[in-house]
Design a protein around this ligand. Sequence first.
Ligand code: ZN
Length: 105
Amino acid sequence: MKKVYTSSDNILIGFLKGILEDQNIHILVKNEMLLGAVGEIPPIEVWPEIWVMEDRDETIAKTLIEQAVSPVKWQREWQCPSCGEWIESQFSECWKCNSSRPQNC
Ligand SMILES: [Zn+2]
C-alpha cells in the first residue's frame, strides 16, 4: 500500500475518492471517521489519507489527483492591480484597462 494524498479537507478527499474509484483503482481512506464537525480543522495527525491498495497504482493515482486538484487553483479569478476589476482566469489581460496579469496571480 502507498499513501498518495492527505488533506484536512474532507470534501476534497471524498471528491478524489470518487475519481479514483471511477478508474477502478482500489483505495483506502484512513482517518475518514475521525473528523469532527464540518468546518472544524482536525489536528494534523488525524487528517484523512488516501492510500492505494496496489503499489503499481501509485503513479496513476497521483496523476489523477494532481489533475483533479490543479484546475481548482487555475480557475481562480485574478484582480487587476490597476483598476481593481476581477478577471476570469482564462484572460491574461484586463478587459477594462488592458493591464497584464501580475505574475503572482
Ligand atoms: Zn484593469
